[in-house]
Design a protein around this ligand. Structure first.
Ligand code: SAM
Length: 399
């Protein structure tokens, strides 16, 4: 737990899932800078003579990309709409808003796939790591802005590039930045109603080449911000080249989980290889789940059953119900917590598998996933390896 202090209140904030051992804060200097700016305490455009003054928050306030809900919680009395691509961010926001004493309906929790508010008076953008996601979001939100909409972006200096500012300039209107404070910077855009930025260029598709094993020839559909939205990941390719088939218990199709599904190529390849299977696609990213569904629909037989879940690891899957889990764990996103996420995924897989069921994992050799698998499953076998990657298999031996 850690406390964000503003001039109007203090907020105890946590990430999701809550882990008391997690040393990482649920807010950043970028969040604090934006809140000080909204209160009129700091941060006008660099070089401008304009005195800082409080921003009028009485209209419709939309907060895009709030990482763990710090902005939404601190602004909850103004009834903001959160727009997020992340299930974990949404759940963190829900918990933080409740902890701050607000009713659940004090804020609106929406996803990047939902229709945005039709008119936005204050648009606050926590700059995402993915430029594509920012591009898509600005395109989707631009029609809701008017000449008087206050648009303020925020991010750490390392997250704001010329290409970031170009997107604001091209899609919203004239754009300036603030001075840097505690390695954070603000972005100010003035909506230009004459600007015709057109529709978002997302989603985009690509076809997997002949060297993609069980995935060869599949069309991968990618919404903005999804892992490897432009081309197949080399680890995913390696797992596709060694994809297991036919894991159902006697007399029924297998229940396969594509865990951390991204654009869903692993689960879709498994579904195409075994049309009798039921495939559950899970990701904490809403655009990933939407991509997986589109990829599945573009390639799999109409009769193959599938479910699409935005959630944390396997928490939504009944224990003992799964024959095979396919997993390429996250290693870039939320970097410091990715080891913990892999552990949660493997432990969740163990609980979700039936006895005799299998978890197949692809990972960079140096990540030593076999150590975690041995601890949890008591076994781990190398199915295939090359200088960079290993495909590992762990079998659930008992209940
Ligand atoms: C390395 S990517 C793999 C994507 C896809 N399976 C592939 O191979 O192209 C890892 C995926 O895990 C997802 N992820 C991260 N944390 C998660 C969590 N707690 N629960 C479910 N999915 C998560 C990420 O959004 C990302 O799509």
């Amino acid at each position: 737990m850690n406390r964000l202090i503003t001039s109007w209140g203090a907020y105890d904030l946590t990430r999701f899932p809550e882990d008391p051992r997690d040393p990482l804060r649920a807010w950043s200097a970028a969040d604090a800078y934006l809140l000080r700016h909204l209160a009129g305490e700091d941060g006008g455009p660099a070089g401008s003579e304009e005195a800082a003054k409080p921003v009028d928050l009485s209209g419709t306030v939309a907060v895009v990309g709030d990482r763990w809900g710090a902005l939404t919680t601190a602004l909850a009395e103004h009834g903001p709409t959160l727009i997020t691509d992340s299930f974990l961010a949404r759940e963190a926001t829900r918990a933080n808003v409740a902890r701050a004493g607000f009713a659940p309906d004090a804020v609106r929790l929406s996803t990047t796939g939902d229709a945005p508010p039709s008119r936005i008076d204050v648009l606050l953008v926590r700059v995402p790591k993915s430029l594509a996601l920012l591009e898509d979001q600005l395109h989707r939100l631009a029609p809701a802005l008017h000449a008087g909409t206050v648009v303020v972006g925020t991010g750490m200096v390392t997250e704001i590039h010329t290409s970031t500012l170009d997107l604001f300039e091209r899609i919203i209107g004239p754009t300036r930045t603030s001075l840097a404070r505690q390695k954070a910077r603000l972005i100010f855009s003035t909506p230009d109603p004459e600007r015709e930025a057109g529709p978002s260029p997302w989603p985009r598709s690509y076809v997997l080449d002949d060297d993609s094993g069980a995935g060869a020839g599949l069309t991968a559909v990618n919404h903005a911000g999804v892992f490897c939205a432009e081309r197949l990941d080399i680890g995913t390719r390696f797992l596709l080249q060694h994809l297991p088939t036919g894991r159902g218990a006697e007399g029924r199709g297998a229940h396969i989980v594509d865990l951390g599904c991204g654009n869903g190529v692993l689960g879709t390849a498994a579904a195409v290889a075994d049309p009798e299977a039921t495939v559950t696609f899970i990701d904490e990213s809403y655009p990933a789940v939407a991509s997986a569904e589109a990829t599945f629909r573009a390639n799999a037989a109409e009769t193959t059953r599938a479910r699409f879940i935005a959630g944390d690891a396997l928490s939504a899957v009944p224990a003992g119900s799964v024959d095979l889990v396919l997993n390429n764990p996250p290693f870039h996103s939320h970097q410091a917590t990715s080891g913990a996420t892999a552990w949660r995924m493997f432990a969740g897989a163990r609980a979700a598998l039936r006895p005799g069921g299998e978890l197949w994992v692809v990972g960079n050799r140096h990540l030593d996933y076999h150590v975690k698998l041995r601890k949890l499953f008591g076994n781990s076998q190398v199915v295939a390896g090359n200088p960079k990657f290993v495909v590992l298999r762990a079998v659930k031996r008992d209940r």
